[in-house]
Structures are given as C-alpha cells and as structure tokens.
Design a protein around this ligand. Structure first.
Ligand code: SF4
Ligand SMILES: [Zn+2]
Length: 146
C-alpha cells in the first residue's frame, strides 16, 4: 500500500539521520513540543521548542536534514532546526530564487543584441557600443513598424 511505503521510507530515512542526533538538544523533552497536534503559532510549546533549538549545537545539521528531505519537495511536519513548516517552505522558495538569480548572473551577456542591452541594464553595467547600437536599431525598427 502506498502509505505503508511512504511511512517505511520515512522511518528508514529518519534512522539514517546521522551521528548529529546524539547531540540534539531536544532529546529527553516531550516530542509534542516539536510536533504539536494542533499547529498554532501562538502555542507556548512551539516557543519553548524554538528556544531549545536556539541553543542546540546541531541546529544547522537538523535544518539541512529537514530541508533535504526527500530532495526538498515534501515539507516535514513539525519544527526542525528551529523552523516551522511554513518557515522552511519560505526558505525553500528563497533558496530557489537565489539560485535562479545566481544562474542569471553567471550567464554570458549576448553582446550586440537588444537582450544584451536589457541584461546590461538590469545588472547595472555600462552598455557596450554593440548593445547600444542593437537597442537603437530595434527602437528604430519598432518606430517604423507601429
Ligand atoms: S535544532 Fe531543535 S529539533 Fe533540531 S536537533 Fe536541535 S533541538 Fe532538536
Ligand atoms: Zn553589450
């Protein structure tokens, strides 16, 4: 059954979390502080859990474990690395767009084209003569073909 497979996979992944769990600050505290049944941001349990995460020395490993699980498309419930599901969802999105921006910046500017001109402008660069000319030519063409 599908759910059995998912649950088995989750359990096996959680068992493979790594040695860092030995240093988890949450060990010995009630599990429901990190996995509240009724998720409510105002809950004092969540605040307590986040406070404990704040002083946990394996916080980064914990957060990255949750962020990578499984390959990032399923958000693990509860608090991991001091972050709620919603916060980790936002972090996924922020990281995704940061990657897109970094990729754009590493692309070569197609000089001598209008696209090159636009890219130079959006990156705050000086225009090269070829891009200036390509942009003017495009504007002239647009004016003559209304
Ligand atoms: S960051 Fe929080 S949830 Fe993660 S191991 Fe530490 S105390 Fe536990
Ligand atoms: Zn150029």
């Amino acid at each position: 059954m599908w759910l059995d497979t998912v649950v088995t996979q989750m359990l096996s992944d959680i068992l493979k979390m790594g040695d860092w769990v030995d240093d988890a600050e949450c060990r010995g505290h009630p599990l429901e502080w990190w996995f509240p049944l009724e998720f409510n941001k105002q809950s004092s349990n969540i605040k307590t859990a986040k406070m404990i995460c704040g002083r946990c020395k394996v916080r980064d490993q914990c957060l990255e474990y949750a962020m990578s699980y499984p390959q990032g498309y399923l958000i693990l419930p509860g608090i991991w690395g001091g972050m709620t599901e919603a916060q980790r969802r936002q972090l996924h999105s922020d990281r995704y767009w940061a990657d897109v921006d970094a990729k754009k910046l590493s692309e070569t500017i197609p000089h001598g084209t209008r696209n090159g001109y636009l890219q130079e402008r959006s990156r705050g660069l000086d225009h090269c003569a070829e891009c200036l000319e390509a942009n003017s030519a495009k504007s002239r063409a647009n004016r003559s073909n209304p």
